[in-house]
Design a protein around this ligand. Structure first.
Ligand code: ADP
Length: 490
C-alpha cells in the first residue's frame, strides 16, 4: 500500500478558504520538493497578503455569525468526533503524503501524525460540553457569574517537523472552545494539513471555521500577525520568528500571542542510572529519531565523569546502529532532513565545532547523496564546552553534544546554562535526587528514567526563551477562552 501511495501524483495544492479550494490572488505558485529524492512533488499556492485577508475575513464571518460558537457544544463535539474518525480512516494516505513532503520516517509519522492528530481532536471534542463557568459569592442581592467565551479568530502558524500533530494541538482546543481559525503551515510541510482541512469539511465543519493558507512565512504568516481581525496568534517555530510575531502583535491590535519555540534540552545521565544500556538506547532515540527534528529532542548529553567514557561508547554504538534512509521504508529509524538549507545548517554547526578542536565521535557528514535526498548521519560531538555555539543553539538535526560533570550542582548549572528551557531528561535511581532535579531544572517537561514520552493529557510548553502558554491537556483551553464577568442584581 505504501509503495502504491508513494508514487501517486499530487495535483497542484491550493489554499483552503471558506470551505473551498482557492488559488493565490495573483495565480502564484511555489514548487514542493521531496526531501526523499529531490523530486518535485507538486506546487503550492504562493499566498499573498490579499489571500491572508480573505481567509481571515472568512474566519471572522464564521465566528461573528455564530455558525460555530452558536452551536450546542454537543453538536460541535459530534462534528469534531466525525473528523477524527475520517482522519483515522485516511491515516495511511495522510501519513505518506506528509512523509513525501517533510521526510519523517513512516514508522514514527504514522503514529505521530494522523493517529496523534485524531486522538487530539477526540480529546478536545469530548471536552466541548465540559467547559463550565463559575458563580462567585459576591454579596447578598447580587450574583457574580463568570462566563468562559471563545476568544474569536485564531491565527496559527506551524512548523514542518510534525504538521498534523502540532496543527491538531492548536486547532482542536481552539475549535472545541468555539473559535475559528486560519492556519499557516510551513512551506515544506503543507500538503497533509490541506488534506486534513478537506476532511474536516467532509465531517461537517461549517465553511470558514477552519481555513488553511500556504506560502512564505514572511508574507502570509506575517499577515496573520499584523491583522487587526485576528484575536489570538499561536505559533510553534523558531525564536527569531517568535520575536517578530510578538512585535507585530504589539504594533497592531495587541492580540494574544502564544509561542512554542526551540529547545536545547539537556539529558543528564548519573552513574546511578537504573540501566545504562537502556539509558543509552532511549537517549539515542531521543535525539536521533526523525533525524533530531523534534522540539524536545535531548540534544545535550551531560554524563557523570565516572561513567563518561563507557557511556559515550554505548551511546555511540546506538547512534551507529540507527538505520538512516528512505523514510517510506518501515524499517528506517531516521528519515530525511527536511530541506537542503536545513542540512547545510546542521553541517555548519558540526564543522565549526570540529574546527574549534571538538571531537566528532561519529557522523558529521551528509550521506546517501546518490539518492538525491537530504540525509545526515547521526552525529555525536564530545568534549564540548558550555560556550560553544553547538551547545548554546538549537541545531534541529541529528546532532548530540556530550559533556562530563562531577556533581549534581554542576549538572544543574550546565543544564540550565542556556537561554532555552523546553525539556530535560534525568537518569538516576535515587528518588530524592530525581525530585530535586525536577524542582531545579528550568524546563517545561522533565523526563525521569525515560525520554520523549508523549500524551495529550499533560501540558507541553517552554520556560525562559522556549516560549509561553501550553499546548495539550485541558490547560490549552486558557489560550482560546476569555473570561467574562456578569454582575446581576437580584
Ligand atoms: P523553522 O523553519 O526553523 O521551524 P520558522 O520560525 O522559520 O522555524 O518557521 C516556522 C513557521 O513560521 C513556518 O510556517 C514559517 O513559514 C513561518 N514563518 C517564518 N518566518 C515568518 C515570519 N516572518 N512571519 C510569520 N511567519 C513566519
Amino acid at each position: 500500500k505504501i509503495a502504491q501511495l508513494r508514487n501517486q501524483s499530487i495535483p497542484p495544492a491550493r489554499h483552503f478558504i471558506d470551505g473551498a479550494q482557492v488559488s493565490a490572488s495573483d495565480g502564484g505558485t511555489m514548487p514542493v520538493t521531496s526531501p526523499i529524492d529531490g523530486a518535485e512533488l507538486t506546487t503550492l499556492a504562493r499566498g499573498t497578503h490579499k489571500d491572508a485577508d480573505r481567509a481571515i475575513a472568512a474566519a471572522r464571518g464564521a465566528f461573528d455569525d455564530g455558525r460555530w460558537s452558536g452551536l450546542a457544544p454537543a453538536a460541535r463535539k459530534k462534528i469534531l468526533l466525525a473528523w477524527a474518525s475520517l482522519i483515522e480512516a485516511h491515516a495511511l494516505e495522510l501519513a505518506v503524503l506528509g512523509v513525501r513532503d517533510n521526510g519523517t520516517e513512516i514508522g514514527m509519522a504514522f503514529k505521530a501524525e494522523p493517529l496523534s492528530a485524531a486522538g487530539t481532536i477526540r480529546f478536545y471534542a469530548e471536552a466541548c460540553d465540559k467547559i463550565f463557568g463559575e458563580i462567585a459569592p459576591t454579596s447578598p442581592g447580587a450574583l457574580g457569574l463568570v462566563h468562559k467565551q471563545p476568544v474569536g479568530v485564531v491565527g496559527a502558524i506551524v512548523p514542518w517537523n510534525f504538521p498534523l500533530m502540532i496543527g491538531a494541538w492548536k486547532l482542536a482546543p481552539a475549535l472545541a472552545a468555539g473559535c475559528t481559525m486560519v492556519m499557516k503551515p510551513a512551506e515544506t510541510a503543507s500538503l497533509s494539513l490541506l488534506r486534513l482541512a478537506e476532511l474536516g469539511h467532509e465531517a461537517g465543519l461549517p465553511a470558514g471555521v477552519f481555513n488553511v493558507i500556504t506560502g512564505e512565512g514572511p508574507v502570509v504568516g506575517a499577515a496573520l500577525a499584523q491583522s487587526h481581525d485576528v484575536d489570538a496568534l499561536v505559533f510553534t517555530g523558531s525564536g527569531a520568528t517568535g520575536r517578530k510575531l510578538m512585535e507585530a502583535a504589539a504594533r497592531s491590535n495587541l492580540k494574544r500571542v502564544y509561542l512554542e519555540l526551540g529547545g536545547k534540552s539537556p539529558n543528564i545521565v548519573f552513574a546511578d542510572a537504573p540501566d545504562l544500556n537502556e539509558a543509552a538506547k532511549v537517549s539515542a532515540a531521543g535525539i536521533f529519531r526523525n533525524s533530531g527534528q523534534v522540539c524536545i529532542a535531548g540534544s545535550r548529553l551531560l554524563v557523570e565523569r565516572s561513567i563518561y567514557d563507557s557511556f559515550l561508547e554505548k551511546f555511540a554504538a546506538q547512534a551507529k546502529a540507527m538505520r538512516v534512509g528512505d523514510p517510506l521504508d518501515p524499517a528506517t529509524h531516521a528519515g530525511a532532513i527536511n530541506s537542503e538549507s536545513q542540512l547545510a545548517r546542521n553541517l555548519a554547526f558540526v564543522d565549526a565545532a570540529r574546527a574549534a578542536g571538538r571531537r566528532v565521535v561519529t557522523g558529521g557528514t551528509r550521506i546517501l547523496e546518490q539518492t538525491g535526498g537530504t540525509y545526515m548521519a547521526p552525529t555525536i560531538v564530545a568534549d564540548v564546552t558550555q560556550d560553544d555555539p553547538i551547545v548554546q543553539n538549537e541545531v534541529f538535526g541529528p546532532v548530540a553534544t556530550v559533556q562530563p560533570f562531577d556533581t549534581e550542582a554542576e549538572a544543574i548549572a550546565l543544564a540550565n546554562g542556556t537561554t532555552l528551557g523546553l525539556a530535560a531528561g534525568v537518569w538516576t535511581r535515587d528518588l530524592s535526587r530525581a525530585h530535586r532535579m525536577v524542582a531545579r531544572l528550568r524546563a517545561g517537561v522533565v523526563h525521569v528514567n525515560t525520554y520523549g514520552g508523549a500524551d495529550i493529557t499533560v501540558p507541553m510548553g517552554g520556560m525562559k526563551q522556549s516560549g509561553n502558554g501550553h499546548d495539550k491537556s485541558l490547560h490549552a483551553f486558557e489560550k482560546y477562552l476569555d473570561l467574562k464577568t456578569a454582575w446581576i442584581k437580584l
